[in-house]
Design a protein around this ligand. Structure first.
Ligand code: TGC
Ligand code: FAD
Length: 389
């Protein structure tokens, strides 16, 4: 099939800077050259393609918006979003890896960490020499992390962690886990290093979704960590929720990439597949499907670009991030399903990326706040009434 040339029905690119277009092009080529040739194989095996990590680091993907003094690319939020879009055009698992490393590990260390923690961890994480994970969700507390039962106790020269986290991306392979636990009833962040006594991170198996991504439990049994491993500027649930904002923003862009891959595949297929003596693209019902997909992608692009511009000015509100994540993932999944219909039986084969994107997007719709949670976040914002409980 022809290489992907982007989806741009409304001259979206005229709103991007040359640098933003260049960054997008660089990641697009990386995805075409290094991700797409291998991803189906890794997906079927249920493994993450580790060989991509140093290449992604070299491209400046990890902690891409953080300052250059930590070895980061210091790009703006729109450029970062375009990076996420292109990565997820490859696979949600590849974007997830970058999201977790950047938004959920480097961002909290940068925002809540001591100078020593930043100087030690950020350059290593940017270079991909160290891998991180983010442990918030627990077996009994997913949408409602305020109820978490993992706790930290302060002792003379250490903190002792007890509890368990679940569904943690990269947990098994992480060198450092950003773990959220209650200390005297208040949520704080802690850095737990691989190999610490009392800490294990077994991999969770059996996923039908996000298969090219490692998902793990984190278990803490009288796990002693040094006093200096608390993130000193965290206090309360607001700290992890601030991290989620960063990751949700990246997902909003990423979902556009997955949707573009499905639309592009369906359009090309519909032009070449002949039934009743004509390309299936010539039937009105197929055209309606293609028009719907392109319209939704176009709407996603503009909502997300404006969100990025607001974020670059420091004006994006977390409720706006929720709206974009909710809308974009919902429509990306819908577009995946329509694309699968257009390909008929071929749509279920791994010769095409569609079922992989669809299955991935089921996780993406749930993690980083479910579709319903984002509905309630925006609902509360516009009515002033909380409907969570
Ligand atoms: P609530 O009382 O609403 O809020 C507590 C304080 O935090 C503030 N706040 C936020 N601040 C920044 N960003 C956000 N997104 C914020 N949301 C709330 C809020 O203003 C308040 O501040 P203050 O100053 O008044 O104290 O807290 P709540 O306990 O009622 O919770 C609200 C709720 C349900 C929306 C929240 O808990 C939530 O978002 N739940 C969803 C959980 C979730 O998203 N988990 C994600 C886990 S990580 C993950 O999935 C990684 S996937 C990785 C991959 O890509 O592979
Ligand atoms: P629940 O909270 O049990 O929700 C179940 C259903 O009930 C959902 O449909 C939900 O919307 C609905 N529901 C719940 N409360 C309400 C309500 N008040 N009103 C209406 N509906 C409601 N977490 C991390 O901390 N770190 C990670 O790296 C991470 N990676 C993940 C990777 C994968 C592949 C997956 C699938 C999940 C990951 N998660 C991670 C966990 C993810 O954030 C949670 O799964 C998510 O927050 C939802 O929690 P839950 O699965 O426990 O569902």
């Amino acid at each position: 099939m022809d290489k992907f040339k982007g989806v741009d029905y409304y001259n979206f690119d005229s709103l991007l800077s040359e640098e933003e277009i260049l960054i997008r092009q660089t990641i697009r080529e990386f995805v075409d050259d290094k991700v797409l040739p291998v991803i189906e194989d890794y997906y079927m095996k249920g493994e993450f393609p580790n060989q991509l990590i140093p290449v992604m680091a070299e491209l400046g993907i990890f902690g891409a918006t953080l300052p250059a003094k930590y070895g980061c690319a210091e790009m703006n939020n729109v450029a970062y979003g375009l990076v996420m879009q292109e990565l997820e055009r490859g696979d949600s698992g590849v974007r997830s890896f970058a999201s977790v490393q950047s938004a959920l590990v480097m961002y909290p260390i940068y925002t809540f960490g001591s100078e020593e923690q930043k100087d030690y961890w950020l350059p290593k994480l940017a270079r991909g020499e160290k891998i991180g994970c983010f442990g918030l969700t627990e077996p009994d507390y997913g949408s409602n992390p305020a109820g978490m039962i993992t706790k930290a106790e302060e002792k003379k020269d250490c903190y002792v962690l007890n509890g368990a986290k679940m569904w943690i991306t990269n947990g098994t392979i992480a060198d450092v886990a950003v773990v959220w636990a209650k200390l005297n009833g208040v949520v704080h962040g802690f850095l737990v290093e691989k190999g610490t006594k009392g800490y294990t991170a077994p991999e969770m198996k059996g996923k039908h979704s996000l298969r090219a991504s490692i998902t793990s439990e984190l278990i803490f049994e009288d796990c002693e960590i040094p006093k200096e491993n608390i993130l000193p500027n965290t206090s309360g649930l607001k700290s992890p929720l601030m991290c989620l904002n960063q990751a949700r923003y990246g997902i909003a862009w990423g979902a556009i990439g997955a949707a573009m891959a499905c639309y592009d595949t369906a359009l090309k297929y519909s032009l070449s597949r002949i039934q009743f003596g004509k390309p299936i693209a010539s039937f009105q019902i197929t055209q309606e499907k293609l028009v719907h997909m392109l319209t939704e992608i176009t709407k996603m692009q503009f909502i997300t670009l404006q969100l990025g511009r607001l974020k670059d000015k420091g004006e994006a509100r977390y409720q706006q991030v929720s709206m974009a994540k909710r809308n974009n993932v919902h429509h990306a999944l819908e577009i995946g399903r329509i694309a699968r219909e257009i390909l008929g039986a071929n749509g279920i084969l791994n010769e095409y990326p569609i079922m992989r994107h669809m299955a991935n997007l089921e996780s993406v719709k749930t993690y980083e706040g479910t579709h319903e949670m984002h509905t309630l976040i925006v609902g509360e914002d516009i009515t002033g009434i909380s409907a969570f409980e």
